[in-house]
Every structure is written in structure tokens, then in C-alpha cells.
Design a protein around this ligand. Sequence first.
Ligand code: FAD
Length: 387
Amino acid sequence: MERDIYDEDHEAFRDVVKEYVKRYVTNEARERWDAAGEVDRDTMLAAGAAGIIGLSVPEEFGGAGMLKDYRFRAIVNEEIIRAGAGSLAGAFGIQDDLAVPYLVHMGTQAQKEKWLPGMATGEIIGALAMTEPGAGSDLRGIKTTAKKVDGGYIVNGAKTFISSGKTADLIVTFVKTGEGNRPDAFSLLLLENGMEGFDHGKKLHKMGFQGHDTAELSFTDVFVPEENLISGKEGMGFVQLMMNLPLERLSIGVAGAAAAAAGLEWTLAYTKDREAFGERIIDFQNTRFKLADVATTVDALWAYIDRALKAYSEGKLSAEEAAKVKFWATEREWEVLDTCVQLHGGYGYITEYPIARAFLDARVHRIYGGTNEIMREIVGRQLAGKR
Ligand SMILES: Cc1cc2nc3c(=O)[nH]c(=O)nc-3n(C[C@H](O)[C@H](O)[C@H](O)COP(=O)(O)OP(=O)(O)OC[C@H]3O[C@@H](n4cnc5c(N)ncnc54)[C@H](O)[C@@H]3O)c2cc1C
């Protein structure tokens, strides 16, 4: 099915992304990121120079000013994933969908002036640290504290599973500033690389996203100046997270659809090329039936994602709708990629092939950004009238 949500400006932007892919998303680069377990800074700087990260940063702070229209971000996700570079797509996603929005939408003028220009160029890498060893789904169970002192806060605690956690310069950190677990007991503080007592900790070894760092962070009596409190208001952290989580979930849904679509393309090419029993793999009826299922699922994914993209860009995507998109798209992605791996035979299991990497990357889509069980909980609670 033809997609109709992109206009000429979007397609012109797609050409810019494709040009970036041609120059920087080479096999050699991908192998370099995988070996290092992180995307190197030069690749991020090149993305900044090409104008394909920091998309929502307003022009006055050096960004592209695409505050409302998320379709440009979706194009970046689509093209980077199609190039078989899930790790790079992950690194861009953390920057643009998890870190930058807290400054753009909720930062004080001083915070915007200080951080946004560097985030648009790639000189400043951002991350979002919510999860802790003892609290993931249940974020109100976090233990990291920020005690008010003269001129700032003293932060103690630990975070885990933080994407871009090793390479990040600036980490939007979810902390407890009050007693108990009421929503107003939490705040978001900007932790800076190099602050005394802040340790980036261990890089975690994952089954997928080999070229994107995920790390543990620890904070021991870290002094954070009060000007690093997001929005300058204490007790707003939980509400601020709730405001941005729909974007994170839409972003994961887009990545899931893009990976499924790419999987179809790779598998079509592979099954037309590979032969067995004197025939191309695609000439077996089983293959064609499986591919028919996959192609139809991909059409349905785009139809749904495109509606969500439009709704988000019009400011109309609710938290429940974003949760539906996240769990449904990532579960279809998983089924599609599993079928595509199978149609590749043994080569589908070899990580030199993009289908194998996409399959491994896909597994975490059902876990992070809120697990798919929690997504169903959000939708189910609304259906039951228990918001
Ligand atoms: C590669 C990777 C990158 C990540 N990046 C980040 C990041 O950048 N920033 C960040 O803050 N976090 C990040 N995370 C953390 C991620 O968001 C959490 O792992 C996720 O939210 C689940 O939390 P948990 O691991 O503590 O699982 P738990 O909350 O312990 O859940 C365990 C199981 O119980 C289920 N469960 C829990 N509560 C319920 C319930 N009420 N009803 C039904 N089932 C339930 C879950 O669905 C899951 O199946 C990342 C994780 C990974 C693996």
C-alpha cells in the first residue's frame, strides 16, 4: 500500500538522510560501533552537521525547529534501520526522543541556551535515566535521592540499563526529592559528565544493539546545582515523564515498523537470489505464503503508524494510544522478523546478515520504553474506566 503522509519537504529530507547513510553507515562503521559497543562521537557530529539529529531543537538554538512534525524523525528512523544500523538508530532515538524533549519542552531558558545548541550538533550526547536495579516498571519505587542543600542537591543512588549511558554528557535523571511515592515526590535533574561522585559504571553486554552502549550509573554525594533542575520546579518529575513517554513509545513503534519493513525487503531479495532443489526459495509456495503474510502485516503496520504519526504531529496522540502503538507494532515486528529469519535459513542466524541483527535488536522493543505488559495495563485501565 502506498503511504501518503509524507510531502515533498519530507521526501527532500529523506534524500539528506540517505546521503548521510551512504557516507557514514558503512559496513566498516557498523563493525567499528559493534566492536566498541558504542557509536563514536564523529558519527554523531556528522549527523549534527547533516541536520538529522536534534530535529526538535528550535532554530534559535541551532536546531532544525521541527518541533511539532514528528514525521521527519520517523524518516530518520526508517532510513537508518533500513541500512541495517539499528544501533545507530537507537543512539539517535535516545538523543532526539528521550533527552532533547525534556529541554525543549520543559527546560528553563538558561538550560535551553546552555545545552540545546550542543545537542543539535552532536557535541553533547544526552540520555534519560529512570530505571534502577530495584525499580523498572514501578518507577515510583526508585531509591535515588536528591537532598536539597544550599544552592542545589546532593544525589545518591544508582541507575541501570541506561541507553547511551556510557557516552552521554548530560543525563536527565529521575530522582526522589520528597518523601513517600506520591507523584510530587519526584523531580528530574540534569547530571553532567565529570561531576564529582558521578560514575558511568559498567557497560552492559546485550543480546542485540551491539553498537549502542547501555550502562549502569552510580551517584555518590554528587552535588548538582539547582539550575540543573528541569523546569526549575521541584516535584514535577513524574508528571514530566508522563508528558514525554508517549513520544518514546511512538518512537519505538516506528522503529518496530521500520525493522519489519526492512526485514521484508531483505527477505524478498534473499529468497529471489538463493536456490534449493533447482528453484529459487521464493518459488516455493510456502515462501510466497509466508511473504504474503509478512507484506500484509507491514502494510497494516504502516497504516497504523501513519495514523499515529499524524495524530502526534497534531498534538492528539494520547498516552493510551501511544501504548497501543508500542505493544502492537513491536509484537508484529517480532513475528515478521522471526518469519524472515526462517526464510533465510542458516544465514538468518549469522549476525553478518542484517536480518539476524534486526531480530536480536527487536527483542528489547517489547521490554523497554515500558514493557508490553505495562502497555496493556495502561490501555486496559482506560477501558475499565480506572485511569
Ligand atoms: C537494552 C535496554 C535499554 C534500556 N534503556 C533505558 C534507558 O535509556 N533509560 C531507562 O530509564 N531505562 C532503560 N531501560 C530499562 C527498561 O525500560 C526496563 O527494563 C523496563 O521498563 C522493565 O523494567 P524491569 O527491567 O525492572 O522489569 P520489571 O519491572 O521487574 O518487570 C519484570 C516482568 O514483570 C512484568 N510486570 C511488572 N509489573 C507488572 C504489572 N503491573 N502487570 C503485569 N506485569 C508486570 C513486566 O512486564 C516484566 O515482564 C532499558 C532496558 C534495556 C534492556
